[in-house]
Design a protein. Structure first.
Length: 238
């Protein structure tokens, strides 16, 4: 797999510091499995963070510090991978080992048909995925459950050859990771392993290649703003 599009340094820094929301962090975790360049960048950011922590002046803890820390952590974590950097809490580090990790078992999403030889990345396949619902001609999507952040908007998309996501812009940042197939928009062409970031300045209608289905994962910080009636139709989903 040849990866051409990567998360920005700001995104990788937020991930390394454990400050990237769980939805986008899931996509970064998947991207890191196939991208030695970004794995090295995360290691560097974590190393710098460690130096800064070592250099920081120690501060006395209050008598209730442990209890307050437990309260902020919330209930016990769910089973499965937890996203975030070493400077965050409970992070898995599989993606920082030399070489990408393998894929996992068959998908759980009802209605999802993967092309021959394609499997969902392990961090995604271990999660519950809702039924794939038609939302536009040739376009289906299912919600990916991210229990560590109930406000996350993460969706798995299955888009037929030559089909396009209806034109839209974003109230925040949109992160898209390509699992198989490819698509194009005015910013370029993207294929398997690529992670694409689009902010509120981007107004686009990504179109899938004519030679095969595209399966991609998308996480949204903020809301998508579709043009026309489709925005009303998709409101229950996003």
């Amino acid at each position: 797999m040849s990866v051409h599009s990567h998360p920005g340094d700001d995104t990788l820094l937020r991930y390394a510091a454990g400050m990237l929301p769980a939805g986008p962090a899931l996509l970064v975790e998947i991207h890191l499995q196939a991208c030695p360049h970004c794995r090295a960048a995360v290691r560097r950011f974590e190393a710098v963070g460690g130096v800064l922590l070592d250099a920081a002046e120690p501060a006395a803890l209050g008598g209730d510090a442990f209890a307050r820390t437990l309260a902020r952590l919330g209930p016990a974590p769910v089973s499965g991978p937890v996203s975030g950097g070493l400077m965050g809490s409970g992070a898995r580090r599989d993606h920082l080992e030399a070489g990408p990790s393998g894929s996992a078992a068959a998908p759980r999403a009802e209605g999802l048909v993967l092309p021959d030889g394609v499997r969902l990345p392990r961090p995604l396949a271990s999660r519950r995925i809702g039924a794939m619902m038609p939302v536009a001609p040739g376009v289906r999507m299912g919600r990916v459950h991210v229990p560590e952040d109930g406000q996350s908007n993460v969706f798995l998309f299955q888009i037929g050859p030559g089909r396009a996501i209806p034109r839209h812009t974003h109230a925040g940042t949109e992160y898209t990771h390509v699992i198989c197939g490819g698509f194009s928009d005015p910013s370029g062409h993207y294929g398997p392993g690529d992670l694409v970031e689009a902010d509120g300045d981007v107004d686009h209608s990504p179109r899938v290649d004519d030679d095969g289905t595209c399966i991609c994962l998308a996480a949204f910080e903020g809301r998508l703003r579709f043009h026309g009636l489709l925005g009303v139709v998709l409101r229950p989903f996003i």
